[in-house]
Design a protein around this ligand. Structure first.
Ligand SMILES: *Cc1c(COP(=O)(O)O)cnc(C)c1O
Length: 382
């Protein structure tokens, strides 16, 4: 009766993210617990070296979250009150919150309706003599259009910070997009490609920046001979060794994980493309390998998104909105002087985008069931 050829009876819930840890990972955790060195120990250093090697950068600094990584990076890059920091309007609030935490001014720029990433033309129009930094987000794991951004920013000498929270394992012309900026940050939140529960990392080729970030994450602590010196105001943004082993254990499988995500995304898109009422995410351009951290489609205006999400939940399929239009959030409206709708493409995407389950634990049958359920949910809610 519970045959997989009759998916209507599928008893399990298809979650947006679903990470599995094997006995090897648990053994690693036990080892750390037995060692007594629970933070800033050898496991954190090991994880940093492994990520740096994977990305192809010289330095990595592990921290307690992707948000902590963004915040530290802004401190390290010298962002201060009065500075303008340009970022896409359609992104996780963390990307903009850290700018506010610095007392700097977020300049929220519209995105491309196909890729959901920063629009280089809109970016160029937003630059002023006070622009100190551009945060490029590889949203949902699709690398931003770095060649176009670099063309605008290179001649002006404005640095890029890559918010690569979603794009560990992505590629742009055979390289990690995280190599494109002065620094890049990753998140290891459970909805990301690789998870430590909570965690983040900053990568950079700049040795001075890396040394300073490593100090700043630990209260500004520096050992000078016998003495501990705190010569700069820092934070406690440390990562625990207990969590670092989780990350190191997943890293060797990263390529395989991202391959599987791309394969499942192609399968799902092929099923969604013929449907009316929904637009599948853009097919990646030549030389672009996304991670599909989230599989985000766009509903037609006529579809009631709330009811669509509820209809999928009735079929045991978890779904949610894509992400937020920052200019419409109360915490940004006052500082930025914006009204909901002022950044039009982002606003449209914030109303109509929907994230569907996509992760390596799904089977082909699960994907077909998702596509079939989307089709019937569209019929019910249009
Ligand atoms: C998840 C995410 C963050 C924040 O990462 P945390 O680890 O949750 O703090 C920042 N930026 C983007 C684009 C994200 O998706």
């Amino acid at each position: 009766m519970t045959s997989r050829s009759a998916p209507q009876t599928t008893p399990k819930v298809l979650r947006l993210a679903d990470h599995r840890f094997g006995p090897d990972v648990l053994a690693g955790v036990e080892e750390v617990l037995a060692s007594g060195q629970l933070t800033l120990g050898p496991r954190v250093a090991e994880f940093e070296h492994a990520v740096a090697a994977h990305v192809g950068v010289a330095h990595a600094v592990a921290v307690s979250s992707g948000t902590a990584a963004l915040h530290l990076a802004l401190v390290g890059l010298g962002i201060a009150p009065g500075d303008e920091v340009v970022l896409p309007d359609f992104t996780h609030p963390a990307t903009g919150n850290v700018v506010l935490h610095r007392g700097a001014r977020p300049v929220l720029v519209d995105v491309d309706p196909g890729t959901y990433n920063l629009d280089a033309g809109a970016l160029e129009r937003a630059l002023t003599p006070r622009t100190r930094l551009v945060i490029a987000v590889d949203l949902f794991g699709l690398p931003a259009d770095y060649p176009a951004l670099e063309k605008v920013l290179g001649p002006r000498g404005i640095p890029i910070l890559c918010d690569a929270a979603c794009s560990l394992g992505a590629e742009l012309s055979g390289e990690s997009p995280a190599r494109r900026g002065e620094a890049a940050i990753f998140s290891f939140h459970p909805r990301k490609i690789l998870t430590t529960g909570e965690g983040g990392m900053i990568v950079t080729d700049n040795p001075g920046l890396a040394t300073r970030l490593a100090r700043l994450r630990n209260h500004g602590f520096e050992r000078r001979g016998e003495q501990a010196v705190f010569h700069e105001l820092g934070f406690n943004y440390r990562m625990s060794d207990v969590l670092a082993v989780l990350g190191s254990a997943q890293l060797p499988r990263l390529t395989e994980i991202v391959d599987r995500r791309n394969y499942l995304a192609r399968l799902l898109s092929a099923r969604l493309e013929p449907l009316e009422g929904i637009r599948a995410p853009a097919t990646p351009a030549e030389g672009v390998r996304p991670t599909f951290q989230a599989y985000v489609a766009v509903l037609d205006e006529e579809v009631d998104r709330g009811r669509f999400i509820a209809a999928l939940a009735d079929k045991s399929i978890e779904s949610t909105i894509g992400t937020y239009a920052l200019h419409a959030q109360p915490s940004f409206r006052e500082v930025c002087g914006t009204e909901p709708g002022d950044v039009p493409v982002s606003w449209m995407l914030a109303q109509r985008s929907v994230a569907l389950p996509l992760h390596p634990s799904l089977s082909e049958t699960d994907i077909l069931w998702i596509a079939e359920s989307v089709s019937s949910a569209l019929e019910e809610t249009t």
